[in-house]
Design a protein around this ligand. Structure first.
Ligand SMILES: *[C@@H]1O[C@H](CO)[C@@H](O)[C@H](O)[C@H]1NC(C)=O
Ligand SMILES: *[C@@H]1O[C@H](CO)[C@@H](O)[C@H](O)[C@H]1NC(C)=O
Ligand SMILES: *[C@@H]1O[C@H](CO)[C@@H](O)[C@H](O)[C@H]1NC(C)=O
Ligand SMILES: *[C@@H]1O[C@H](CO)[C@@H](O)[C@H](O)[C@H]1NC(C)=O
Length: 380
């Protein structure tokens, strides 16, 4: 290479890296965490606004006519949930805060009704603008779980309408999407979505659950050496991200989902505690998160300080066992590996579901150890 070409080439690499920096840490905040008992309580002020680059407030509701609904007036407004989140921008002027609408518990049919009707879409757009203005928010994250078949085009149209109104005001429109785009109805026009979304949050977790009848990981980064080719392609973070990118998503808009929780099971036989071991059922709900078969990282750290931990070199995630207890989860090491993956692939960065189940009191070591591990990995 001639010196001139070399300089141009180096310049290109530099500009390219600046423009496609993997620097986003999008923190979903499950607002009801503020009402959990004891050490499970996690307030807006417990979020580090100098690590999170975006905070997505979960959730707003959606009514059949498109109007966005405040789901818990007391928590979100009277106790100041919304305004305390946007007040974090005083500590970091670059922080963006978004409302997230929908979620796993919302009725997907409402999104079908709204996106299929231009008056409803217009009401949704106006309602989002009003709420952003009123509470000093910076955009909307659409968490439609999930658009089916012919809704693919309506999903793109809905996002495009939001984008048209938001962009001139500097507001963002993002979405949380299914990890494997062709599963659960496959209602995604990936290139169409990628053209109008600012960020695509790919929910790269819940790859296995207790229905499978054996121990398995929630969010393996890669397939296991002994897994089938189908599992390698469809049951881990890398497989999912590849499908989105190969399907036409702009890598610079794709965020990798990191779970601050694990799936836990009851071992049928405590001496058979590896991966793929037979289970006798789902684990009991935790005292804070209260979900069958899942525990927040905070609950793992507080209630299982003496569990045996095994880190899987192929999947890059740990599991823990103790008597009949078994959990596949993420720790400081595995979240750092996921950040590195995002950087290596020039993705937008990572997102977290959800920041209020971090180890707030440092039972595993450092306070909020997972978020801090993400920060270190981002900076390394
Ligand atoms: C939309 O629905 C909500 C909730 O049902 C209702 O309060 C509101 O008045 C409706 N708005 C319009 C314009 O119909
Ligand atoms: C969507 O709109 C079309 C045309 O307005 C209508 O025929 C169809 O029934 C609607 N679908 C749903 C699910 O509302
Ligand atoms: C893969 O399977 C082989 C043969 O059963 C076994 O020896 C090995 O430990 C397995 N490797 C992993 C990482 O599970
Ligand atoms: C608990 O359940 C809610 C509602 O189903 C879900 O959105 C959330 O991801 C679960 N939380 C954890 C920590 O698994």
């Amino acid at each position: 290479m001639s010196p001139k070409v070399t300089i141009l080439f180096v310049l290109f690499i530099f500009v390219n890296q600046v423009w496609s920096a993997s620097d986003k840490v999008i923190c979903y905040y499950a607002s009801w965490g503020a009402e959990r008992p004891g050490n499970g309580k996690f307030l807006p002020e417990d979020i580090d606004p100098n690590i999170c680059t975006h905070i997505n407030y979960a959730f707003l509701g959606l009514s059949d006519n498109g109007t966005l609904e405040i789901l818990d007036e007391d928590l979100d407004v009277t106790q100041g949930g919304f305004s305390r989140i946007s007040a974090l921008k005083e500590q970091n002027p670059n922080l963006k805060v978004l409302f997230s609408v929908g979620g796993a518990a919302a009725i997907p049919w409402t999104f079908v009704l709204v996106s299929n009707d231009s008056d409803n879409v217009a009401r949704m757009v106006q309602s989002a603008l009003d709420l952003c203005e009123k509470y000093n928010f910076d955009g909307l994250d659409v968490d439609w779980e999930y658009p089916y078949g012919e809704s693919a085009q309506q999903f793109v149209n809905l996002i495009a309408s939001l984008k048209a109104a938001f962009e001139p005001r500097g507001y963002l429109v993002t979405a949380a999407v299914n990890s494997i785009p062709t599963e659960v109805g496959g209602g995604y026009d990936i290139p169409g979505l990628s053209a109008v979304l600012d960020i695509i949050n790919v929910m790269t977790y819940d790859f296995h659950n207790y229905i499978g009848g054996v121990t398995a990981e929630n969010s393996p980064l890669y397939g296991g050496v002994n897994e089938s080719q189908w599992e390698k392609d469809n049951r881990n973070v890398d497989g999912a991200i590849r499908q989105w990118i190969d399907g036409g998503a702009d890598p610079a808009k794709v965020a990798v989902g990191i779970a601050f929780y694990g799936h836990h099971f009851i071992l049928a036989n405590p001496s058979n505690h590896g991966l793929d071991a037979v289970i006798s059922g789902p684990g009991e709900p935790g005292p804070y998160t209260d979900n069958l078969s899942s525990l927040g990282y905070n609950e793992i750290c507080e209630f299982h300080p003496n569990g045996n931990t095994v880190f899987l070199d192929d999947m890059k995630v740990p599991y823990m066992y103790e008597d009949t207890f078994w959990i596949g989860y993420d720790n400081e090491e595995s979240v750092a590996a996921k950040v590195q993956y995002a950087k290596d692939n020039n993705l937008a960065g990572v997102f977290i579901w959800s920041v209020e189940t971090d180890d707030l009191y440092g039972f595993c070591g450092q306070r909020n150890g997972l978020l801090n591990s993400i920060k270190r990995a981002m900076e390394s």
